[in-house]
Design a protein around this ligand. Structure first.
Ligand code: SF4
Ligand code: SF4
Length: 224
């Protein structure tokens, strides 16, 4: 997602890498579930999130639609997000006791918070959002430990590649109009979100296969 923000207003002014210590530790969020409520459509899901959700819930992306996930437009492309309950605004995966029922395979956005990503030169670093989590006396933790994804270097490369795949669409999106935007969204949804992943197999080769074929299709049909 592209957001033009002044880091000095929302962060501690520092940029972090995977092995840096950052004051993100929230004491296991005990007694607080603020960032699992009233988040509207901001918890955007990526292909890895869909892979993990469908593998661990033993379901398909289509089955999750409308109850747990929904679609929205992000920078001109339709992408999935967690669907907060219409009446309470709570995440459908939040238990009555205020705990995440999918903690071990929660989406990347949830793993990251209260960190954010600052993208630059087809890579990224992390920043600490200082106004979002009100927990006092947060503890220092290594970024990679906070996010807690296996095979972390590959995960970071995937995050950068997915981000720039979407970002590179911005120029043709601006030039080619609504029909191209709609067709591109359909291709992305079909290829990366709704087409089932083989959850018995490693995610990354499947993702990169799809990235390659989608890039070829889009290049043939645009000025990318
Ligand atoms: S606001 Fe902070 S303490 Fe509360 S749930 Fe979010 S990360 Fe945890
Ligand atoms: S998936 Fe879990 S961590 Fe993420 S918003 Fe829902 S309950 Fe909170």
């Amino acid at each position: 997602m592209n957001r033009y923000i002044d880091l000095n207003h929302i962060s501690d002014g520092k940029l972090y890498r995977a092995d840096d210590l950052v004051k993100a530790g929230c004491g296991d969020c005990l007694g607080c579930s603020k960032c699992c409520e009233s988040m509207a459509d901001t918890i955007i899901l990526d292909p890895m999130d869909l892979y993990l959700l469908t593998a661990n819930l033993h379901t398909s992306a289509a089955s999750l639609m409308h109850r747990q996930i929904d679609l929205g437009v992000v920078d001109g492309i339709v992408l999935p997000h967690i669907k907060m309950a219409d009446d309470t605004g709570r995440c459908p995966f939040l238990t009555e006791a205020g705990r995440c029922s999918i903690h071990n395979f929660r989406p990347g956005f949830c793993r990251l918070f209260p960190l954010g990503r600052y993208y630059e030169d087809r890579s990224f670093r992390y920043f600490l959002q200082v106004k979002e989590c009100k927990r006092q006396n947060r503890s220092k933790v290594k970024v990679r430990r906070w996010i807690d994804m296996p095979d972390f270097n590959r995960y970071e490369q995937f995050i950068a590649d997915w981000h720039y795949f979407l970002k590179d669409l911005q120029i043709p999106l601006a030039k080619k109009g609504e029909k191209w935007a709609k067709d591109t969204s359909i291709l992305i949804l079909n290829e990366f979100i709704f087409k089932p992943y083989n959850t018995e197999e490693d995610f990354y080769p499947q993702f990169y296969e799809r990235l390659k074929s989608s890039s070829i299709t889009l290049q043939a049909d645009s000025t990318l």
